[in-house]
Write a protein that binds this ligand. Structure first.
Ligand code: FA5
Length: 345
């Protein structure tokens, strides 16, 4: 066999074996290795072309042509195999990320009401059905409505019971919803049944059961011959409507300058069942519903004759009630703004 014939045979052989190698590759990486081995600068084809020096001018021309032909065939084979890999990758991705465009959309996620709003609405419904009007009052209050008109004159020690955020112009952020009693009495006069839910503010240290910003729900009934029995009836109705089961409560004397007699109605802590936890400060009881018969001075200051009219008032801790109702073990969750918490309601 002449040098020319042997080179031609080697080229053909190499073409066949390279094609087999290409087809046997099962990854783009393996294919690249074969490409370098065959078509690379130091690859098989380059090695064969080095032997061309031993050929005549004419033979070199023919072998050169053949070389280019083989190179072209192999390049096409590499491209085709590469294309197959790309198609397989795309196919796998399409299967993985397949989306049925004919399915109806999920639609925007619906928000939900805040637990305090939920419970507030329920209580409003209960009291509306008992003939009470729902009133609103300003969060920035005058000193007169927040304190003086409630029988708490300047320098009265009871002012220290509620740490107040004062504004620079002498107004304040209301410390309780009781100023709405005063506005209600003036606006509607006796006989009167009103409730006033709302946000209140105290310059207090925050812990599991105390916030600087929380919700109360004030209630007041003015009529003739209102007694403690009426007060207890309405408080019981309120709690049984909210909890829809028996809850243990205790009534003890409580001092508030705007009621006489005054009471504290505590609920047995529903977070720990009364055994003691951070919410009830290990006492087993949560202060929830202070109340009492309206002090004659308060009636008088709002233009109501205490000889003719009397009544009861209460100031429900609405945020704490929501905690008891939903088993929320830390008041800070309620204003924390964490959507994972809020989406549960
Ligand atoms: C008052 O605010 C009175 N105005 C209530 C009242 C109205 C009494 C009418 C008599 C007649 P007190 O400061 O106790 O009272 O607050 C009422 C309720 O608000 C408490 O029982 C408690 O449930 C809730 N509360 C008080 N401070 C906080 C606080 N920092 N964080 C969360 N809830 C609180």
């Amino acid at each position: 066999m002449t040098a020319f014939e042997s080179m031609e045979a080697s080229l053909r052989e190499m073409e066949v074996s390279a094609k087999e190698q290409i087809e046997a590759c099962n990854s783009p990486e393996a294919l690249e290795e074969v490409r370098v081995e065959v078509l690379g600068r130091k690859g098989k084809l380059a090695q064969l072309s080095k032997n061309m020096g031993t050929l005549t001018h004419e033979q070199r021309g023919s072998v050169g042509k053949l070389l280019n032909q083989v190179k072209g065939v192999l390049e096409t084979a590499f491209d085709a195999q590469n294309q197959r890999f790309a198609t397989a990758v795309l196919q796998a991705r399409l299967e993985r990320e397949w989306v049925d465009l004919t399915l109806p959309s999920r639609g925007p996620r619906r928000g939900s009401l805040h637990p305090v709003t939920l419970i507030q609405t329920e209580i409003e419904d209960v009291f509306r059905s008992l003939g009470f009007t729902v009133l609103d009052g300003p969060e920035v209050e005058t000193e007169y409505h927040n304190f003086d008109a409630l029988n708490i004159p300047p320098h009265h020690p009871a002012r220290d019971m509620q740490d107040t955020f004062w504004m620079t112009n002498g107004t304040l952020l209301r410390t309780h919803t009781s100023p709405v009693q005063v506005r209600g009495m003036k606006q509607l006069g006796p006989p009167l049944r009103m409730i006033a839910p709302g946000r209140v503010f105290r310059n207090e240290e925050v812990d599991a059961s105390h916030e600087h910003t929380f919700y109360q729900l004030e209630g007041m009934m003015i009529d003739r011959d209102v007694s403690v029995a009426h007060l207890i009836y309405f408080m019981k109705t309120l709690l049984s409507e909210v909890f829809k089961r028996d809850v243990t409560v205790r009534l003890r004397p409580g001092y508030f300058p705007f009621v006489e007699p005054g009471f504290e109605l505590d609920i047995q802590c529903l977070i720990c069942g009364g055994s003691g936890c951070p919410v009830c400060k290990q006492s087993g009881w949560v202060e929830l519903l202070p109340c009492g018969l309206v002090h004659p001075n308060v009636l008088r200051l709002s233009g109501i004759n205490p000889e003719e009219w009397n009544g009861f008032a209460f100031g429900l801790g609405l945020t704490r009630l929501a905690m008891m109702r939903y088993g929320i073990d830390d008041i800070r969750h309620l204003l924390g703004g964490d959507l994972r918490f809020l989406r549960q309601f």
